[in-house]
Design a protein around this ligand. Sequence first.
Ligand SMILES: Cc1cc2nc3c(=O)[nH]c(=O)nc-3n(C[C@H](O)[C@H](O)[C@H](O)COP(=O)(O)O)c2cc1C
Length: 431
Amino acid sequence: MTSHRRILLILGGGIAAYKTLELIRRLRESGCSICAVLTDAASQFVTPLSVASLTNEKIYQGLFDLTNETKIGHIQLSRDADLIVVAPATADLMAKMAAGLATDLATTLLLATDKPVLIAPAMNVRMWEHPATQRNLKQLKKDGVKIIGPNEGDMACGEFGLGRMAEPAEILKSIIVQFEKQNDRVTKLKSLDTKEHTKPLDGCRALVTAGPTWEPIDPVRYLTNRSSGKQGFAIARELVEAGANVVLVAGPVALNDPRGLKTVRVETAEQMLAACEHILPVDIAICAAAVSDWCASSQAINKLKKSSISSRQLELKENPDILKSISMKSKDRPKLVVGFAAETEDLIKNATEKRKAKGCDWMVANDVAPGTDAMGGNTNQVHLITSDGVEAWPQLPKTEVAHSLVTRIGHHLRARAASSPGKKQGGKRDR
Ligand SMILES: Cc1cc2nc3c(=O)[nH]c(=O)nc-3n(C[C@H](O)[C@H](O)[C@H](O)COP(=O)(O)O)c2cc1C
């Protein structure tokens, strides 16, 4: 349930912060990735280095040191998470959360999120029992914040009573419960699959491309687009969940390598094609990358001077067509090739034509017109175009689009295998 989940973990300034290090270790063991944020006070109790070493990721401390703040990095941090956990939750953090204050990175994240929040309070028994803290607790519960603990016992301050942070194992259990609730629907679907087939894509090899490409003009400039890679990464993760052996070829994106698969990082369309050719043959190819259609005809060795080129002089040539080249393979063609068509107008018409022109089996058409969330955002509204027609899917989180697509692929390949038992993988196309 925790595998491939992303947790935004906020550490407050309390003695119990040392127990959070153990929690991080357990979460990592259970397959979660963790982005940690330390309050100023927290870094007095545990070192940022210990936390970074255990999470194996950059940690965040100051609201104003987020290098990517031009892209509203503090909002991005909470957007990328499936769950926010505050451990230890100090009396101070609880008060700020209850009052809706946003005075530092931790509290700003907590106010700027719509993700579920779980807190593990830890404090001296008098602080816990104080009417102010109890008032804040009541408010937080009313606001939908989930609470684990505190427990009763001996305290670091020599007193006895309620206020000890819940043990890491208890917090982990509570996190799992949260994920179970969040994914009730998904879990049900998955358990249906599990009854018949432990892993629907067990033994399948899959290739996924994701993100944009960068086409250099000179050593400092390049042509690109706004693709974030989130949809392709989500698909790759879902394929892993479904049992596939996945290689993800990613253009330049600000996303960490997903667990459980191989990620190959490239910059240009040429490099992406070469990486894909190297990975083939596969059973499933999903080309979600927004490959630049053009690149500069020649790349200048030195930075071009403003005076050396007029606005009409940049000469372009067409990039290789990766989707088409995979779809049109005469030997070892994947059983299923899925392309993505990003369109700003005549979505269905253009994507339907594109499916035919490229020779792929399915085309996922997404509307990337200004105002939609598709390019760079967390949701996508797609149409699935197959030889059977066009299906409109509702606007969904990209993770849900990925789940539905992979479930669909599982059903499709099973039906195909049932209709031609004993047939070897690869070869004939699947329209
Ligand atoms: C030695 C020491 C231990 C502390 N332990 C706790 C604690 O367990 N829980 C708590 O709520 N505050 C504790 N505090 C007080 C917090 O560190 C203080 O309220 C701080 O402002 C919290 O900041 P934060 O909520 O931004 O992390 C402790 C302070 C000190 C000096």
